[in-house]
Design a protein around this ligand. Structure first.
Ligand SMILES: *[C@@H]1O[C@H](CO)[C@@H](O)[C@H](O)[C@H]1NC(C)=O
Length: 254
């Protein structure tokens, strides 16, 4: 395009930035950033947010933040790119700060932004804020929590070792919990030495939801071994063997 003396437009650059992110070459991304500046496109919010996404996906949150800070017009896409960028890099405090600045600017949040917010609260161990935002989502902003939001709450409760409360929360969910939710609870049980009845219940639930994943049989089998329930261990072992065998046979026929 450049050899043909064609001027690239904003959409050309959005495509280029997306390509950079997928092939993971930061140097090319930086040179495209320079060209965007040269063509005077830095005021385009699609481009600003694509740049923020790109830098943050490379772990360069500071550069992403610089683009964000220098952007003269920040619309919802810019804010949500920045919030998401902090989130994927584990910067929980920054997520919450950026989110509260966004609200101060009068910009309405959506359901995706709330996933970043709730997961940041969970990672930072802010249980009060987690509940606060979880409830405000629906009551203040009219956004019904989805599975991803519930998963953040279960993750938060599990991380804090509140396994019973987490189970109660899952049992009271108005939508059917999926394996991600049960998985968060299982991880919580394992990390906090939660009650073995709950661990057993959750592992069985996961086996029924995802019977092909052997890791859940292993968790359950280890639990039974700890409790000296050898018959159960035997049963699970033979189930695992059948599954593994099926897998190996499956591969060998390809
Ligand atoms: C099986 O489950 C474990 C624990 O949730 C998970 O880390 C792993 O990716 C799963 N494996 C497959 C093949 O889905």
């Amino acid at each position: 395009m450049q050899f043909a003396d064609q001027k690239p437009n904003e959409f050309t650059f959005v495509s280029l930035l997306l390509a950079c992110t997928s092939v993971a070459v930061i140097e090319i991304g930086e040179s495209i950033h320079a060209q965007i500046a040269k063509y005077g496109y830095l005021t385009n919010t699609f481009l600003t947010s694509a740049l923020i996404d790109m830098y943050c996906k490379f772990g360069r949150t500071r550069q992403g933040e610089a683009v964000f800070d220098e952007s003269p017009t920040k619309d919802f896409i810019c804010w949500s790119s920045m919030i998401n960028g902090f989130g994927i890099n584990g910067c929980g405090e920054e997520v919450l700060e950026c989110f509260s600045n966004m609200l101060s600017c009068g910009i309405e949040p959506n359901d995706v932004v709330f996933i970043s917010v709730l997961s940041a609260c969970s990672h930072c161990g802010l249980d009060y804020e987690s509940w606060n935002w979880f409830h405000a989502m629906e009551s203040k902003y009219g956004i019904k929590p989805k599975l991803a939001h519930y998963a953040c709450m279960v993750d938060m409760l599990s991380r804090q070792g509140n396994i019973k409360e987490a189970l109660e929360f899952v049992n009271n969910m108005p939508i059917e919990p999926d394996k991600r939710i049960w998985g968060a609870l299982l991880a919580g049980c394992k990390n906090s030495d939660g009650p073995s009845e709950i661990l057993e219940f959750v592992a069985r639930k996961l086996i029924s939801l995802d019977p092909e994943n052997i890791s859940y049989y292993v968790v359950l089998s280890n639990l039974y071994a700890d409790q000296g329930r050898w018959e159960e261990v035997e049963k699970l072992r033979s189930m695992i063997d059948t599954k593994s065998l099926k897998k190996i046979m499956g591969y060998s026929t390809i």
